[in-house]
Design a binder for this molecule. Structure first.
Ligand SMILES: Cc1cc2nc3c(=O)[nH]c(=O)nc-3n(C[C@H](O)[C@H](O)[C@H](O)COP(=O)(O)O)c2cc1C
Length: 273
């Protein structure tokens, strides 16, 4: 079993047992130490909570030792007012500087996003990253083709969403589809994966927030997403693995403008019971 306790370090406080989502760590090991229950291997989510919560570094899980896991740096803890301003100050960015990102910055964004929560810790999200204005524009052209088809064939859906107007602006040389962004990040996963939609949405939200923290900006590519689900030419272009579909996308780059204020939003509609 890949669950190893260093009895010299373990204080038998039971933290690992308490936080385990599957409740598969008993305190029936040697000298009252934690021990895996019989069906541990089959049930374990591999979430690493037991390893991460131990203040004594006493637990090694599947060959991953405490020293392999980055410590939480106390001096990096942010105050509630900082967290609030950060979360409220994020905006959907639709104007970009003509400036490229380093590959390392894109990797950092994805390194943050891959740690977003996912159903049953299944981590189902995979990524397609398109780099360069030209390539993103090429994809915008496909979105425009889909819009043209929608306006022609499904006006009852297209017109209330003003697709005719958006398409006309695109054809006139604007870019209301990808906003001239230099990068597009697309998530995909198996079409039958029940955790993929929520996990993708959260991972992309992490992308959005990571961008903001790095002085970059991102925006949901809503039209692209709809085209990717419905338009064969787009699906051909994306060439996803067998049985995979798109679950969301964001375009991003260096934000051209800063927002010195937080815009108003509706009050929370809450029923307290
Ligand atoms: C699911 C979803 C799809 C969106 N699609 C688009 C889009 O296609 N184009 C766009 O410019 N903004 C899109 N947005 C951004 C919203 O317009 C934006 O979140 C909203 O206006 C609030 O602004 P804020 O994000 O700056 O707070 C989308 C947002 C979400 C959550």
């Amino acid at each position: 079993v890949g669950f190893v306790i260093d009895l010299e370090l373990c204080k038998k406080d039971g933290f690992c047992s308490q936080v385990c989502p599957a409740e598969i760590i008993s305190m029936d090991g040697p000298q009252g130490s934690p021990a895996p229950v019989e069906d541990f291997e089959e049930v374990c989510l591999h979430c690493g909570h037991c390893l991460a919560v131990c203040p004594h570094g006493a637990l090694t899980l599947e060959g991953v030792a405490p020293g392999d896991c980055p410590p939480i740096a106390k001096d990096l803890k942010i105050r509630p007012d900082q967290a609030r301003q950060f979360l409220l100050g994020r905006r959907s960015i639709r104007r970009y500087k003509d400036k490229e990102l380093e590959r390392g910055q894109l990797e950092e964004i994805l390194d943050i996003a891959r740690q977003a929560p996912s159903g049953h810790n299944s981590q189902p999200v995979e990524w397609l990253v398109f780099s360069g204005r030209e390539k993103v524009k090429e994809i915008a052209e496909l979105v425009a083709d889909w819009m043209g088809w929608m306006v022609q064939n499904m006006p009852e859906i297209a017109l209330p969403l003003h697709m005719d107007r958006t398409l006309a602006r695109f054809r006139a040389g604007g870019d209301p589809l990808m906003r001239g962004a230099p990068y597009l990040m697309v998530t995909h996963a198996h079409k039958d994966n029940g955790f993929a939609q929520s996990s993708s949405t959260i991972a992309l939200t992490y992308v959005d927030l990571a961008c903001y923290s790095l002085g970059l900006g991102a925006c949901w590519a809503g039209y692209f997403y709809r085209a990717a689900l419905a338009f064969p030419a787009m699906q051909q272009f994306l060439d996803l693995p067998e049985d995979h579909i798109t679950y969301g996308a964001m375009f991003l780059g260096y934000a051209k403008y800063k927002y010195p204020r937080i815009p108003p939003r509706n009050p929370a509609r809450v029923t307290w019971r």
